[in-house]
Write a protein that binds this ligand. Structure first.
Ligand SMILES: Cc1cc2nc3c(=O)[nH]c(=O)nc-3n(C[C@H](O)[C@H](O)[C@H](O)COP(=O)(O)O)c2cc1C
Length: 192
């Protein structure tokens, strides 16, 4: 991994599960533990966000202000989505909608999308829907190629509540690609 930036790279983790013992949370914790010396991590507090509505989008809401601040702080955003009924979880959708209005905080932001399921498809449909949303006019995020990883049968990869290195090869490769992209000078930029 090549990191050129002083003081490390700022990574915002967006975990789309409110479940105690969430596997997607375990993956986020693994990244924060493993790369904590080279990257600065924050986790977005999705559970405090109100359900998005145009009626309140101009209101002063502390959790929304904090979310926008966290996204602005980040050099890159890692979205970890569970798959619920063949699509992203409601927490991820709510995050996306808040980021798409008033202040387009995700515009030109490098994004990595991943997610874990207990089944064999590894959130492939949920991730494809998140990827599609990232390209919408309200978001204009940069989903970095070479960073997608579909984490299947997650229950078999976790030991004592933690993801272990031997079972995280694809995740590590994807995250290293992501950080290399952030640290590189050849970044694509939309005209907003
Ligand atoms: C309402 C609901 C719908 C689900 N739909 C899917 C699905 O479409 N595809 C899938 O692979 N798993 C599905 N699952 C299983 C989740 O992927 C599994 O619960 C996973 O552990 C959720 O992530 P988490 O552990 O981070 O909460 C569903 C679970 C729930 C509660």
């Amino acid at each position: 991994m090549i990191i050129n930036k002083e003081n490390g790279i700022n990574i915002l983790l967006v975990v789309g599960s409110a479940r105690k013992g969430s596997f997607n949370q375990i993956i986020a914790d693994y990244l924060a533990d493993k790369y904590g010396e080279s990257c600065n991590f924050r986790e977005a507090d999705l559970k405090s966000l109100p359900v998005y509505s145009e009626d309140i989008e101009n209101d002063e809401i502390a959790s929304v202000t904090k979310l926008r601040e966290d996204v602005r702080w980040a050099d890159g955003v890692v979205i970890l989505t569970p798959e619920h009924n063949f699509t992203m979880s409601v927490l991820v959708k709510n995050f996306i909608d808040w980021c798409s209005r008033i202040e387009l905080v995700l515009a030109n932001k490098p994004v990595m999308i991943t997610g874990a399921t207990m089944g064999y498809f590894g959130t492939v449909m949920a991730q494809s829907h998140v990827r599609q949303a990232m390209l919408s006019p309200g978001l204009k995020a940069i989903v970095v190629p070479g960073t997608e990883v579909y984490i299947t049968t997650i229950q078999n990869r976790v030991v004592d509540g933690k993801l272990i290195d031997e079972n995280a090869e694809s995740l590590n490769k994807a995250f290293n690609n992501f950080v290399d992209y952030i640290a590189s000078d050849n970044r694509y930029c939309f005209k907003c």
